[in-house]
Design a protein around this ligand. Structure first.
Ligand code: TYM
Length: 342
């Protein structure tokens, strides 16, 4: 029997290293919810072990992990339909990552742009974990034989590496064991840009809070950030091509389209010829309508950390049960003896 069963299974993760941004929400979490609604088996993980590849204050990490779980649920992820858990509670991720550390090559990891960006000039001072980050990410995905991974554009290179690791493992051990996972990078907001600079990604690590919308921002903050977002003096064009040299304008149109669940062209059909004095208040109104209920629910859920920890524990239990046979078979393929009673 071929080992390549690979029924559809979705996995994705978010780092609890600071609050959630509109980029995380539109690029990832909304897709997570859509896939849950399609009735596919879905696992969504707070990747706390990835977070500690750069320094995290322990109390803050715990809080950020719980807030992220609250954000997931407030946005519509349902722990009875999706498996929600934090990575460190399922040791199979780390165990599989070690195997993949021995499959992936130094050269592959050295080419990862996220590593280069995060390590900066002083690579010698980066943690070994930051360098090996992508092998743990491959393990997150492949320890469940996940077939689809919804992410924003910035994770594309890591997912290509995940496929390279799966292919090399299958080749080296002459098996057809790991699936070649498909990235799912879809929608109008796969790359939400900074509100201050349309050429930079919206990011939780940007020093300027005005550059991003946080899921915890209240209505006044959201409206103020959109009002002050950098734009230009031109009216909106009739076609997307007219936004090619206008990254800030294009970003706001994409955000509008994603929030309204429509296409950027449909937004231009509505607003062509109008300036930002008209468009920005409408965008602010839409953003507040969509985000304020999520933010309120997130705060409510975060008020009961005991309940969140219980949900994460139950999710981890279910995740571990799915990972265990795949890890056991991997050990067997590799030639590692696993005879301890469990
Ligand atoms: P992280 O925590 O940086 O981001 C989580 C998700 O949000 C997306 N995202 C964005 N999408 C659009 N526009 C933006 N400005 C924006 N900023 C962030 C990211 O693409 C991502 O989908 N390495 C991952 C976490 C991870 C993971 C995994 C993901 C660990 N293991 C396994 C998928 C599968 C990361 O750092 O995401």
């Amino acid at each position: 029997m071929s080992e390549a069963r690979h029924t559809p299974r979705v996995f994705s993760g978010i780092q609890p290293s600071g609050g959630l941004t509109l980029g995380n929400y539109l690029g990832a979490i909304r897709r997570f919810v859509e896939m849950q609604e399609q009735g596919i088996e879905t696992l969504y993980c707070m990747v706390d072990m990835h977070a500690i590849t750069t320094w995290q204050e322990p109390a803050r990490l715990r809080q950020a992990t719980r807030e992220l779980a609250a954000g997931f649920m407030a946005a519509g992820l349902d722990p009875s339909r999706s498996i929600l858990f934090n990575q460190s509670q399922v040791p199979a991720h780390a165990e599989m990552a070690w195997i993949f550390n021995c499959v992936a090559r130094m050269g592959w990891l050295g080419r990862m742009t996220q590593f280069k960006e995060k390590a900066g000039k002083d690579r010698e001072a980066a943690s070994v974990g930051l360098f090996a980050y992508p092998t743990l990410m491959a393990a997150d995905i492949l320890v469940y034989h996940a077939t689809h991974v919804p992410v924003g554009e910035d994770q594309k290179q890591h997912l290509e590496l995940t496929r390279d690791i799966a292919a090399k493992f299958n080749h080296d051990y002459e098996v057809d064991f790991f699936p070649l996972t498909e990235p799912v990078i879809e929608g109008a907001a796969t790359r939400v840009m900074s509100l201050r600079d349309g050429t930079r990604k919206m990011s939780k690590s940007d020093p300027s809070d005005m550059s991003r919308i946080n899921l915890t921002d209240d209505s006044d903050a959201i409206a103020a950030k959109i009002r002050k977002a950098r734009t230009d003096a031109e009216p909106l064009p009739e076609a997307m091509g007219g936004l090619d040299a206008r990254p800030e304008a294009r970003n706001l149109v994409n955000i509008y389209a994603a929030l309204a669940n429509t296409t950027p062209q449909a937004v231009l059909d509505e607003f062509a010829g109008q300036g930002f004095a008209v468009f920005k208040p409408r965008l602010a109104e839409l953003a507040v309508t969509e985000l304020a209920p999520i933010s309120a629910e997130m705060i409510r859920l975060a008020g009961d950390p005991g309940q969140i920890d219980a949900i994460l524990g139950q999710g981890a239990e279910r995740a571990a049960a799915l990972a265990e046979p795949i890890l056991a078979r991997t050990y067997e393929i590799v030639g590692l003896i696993r005879s301890r009673p469990r």
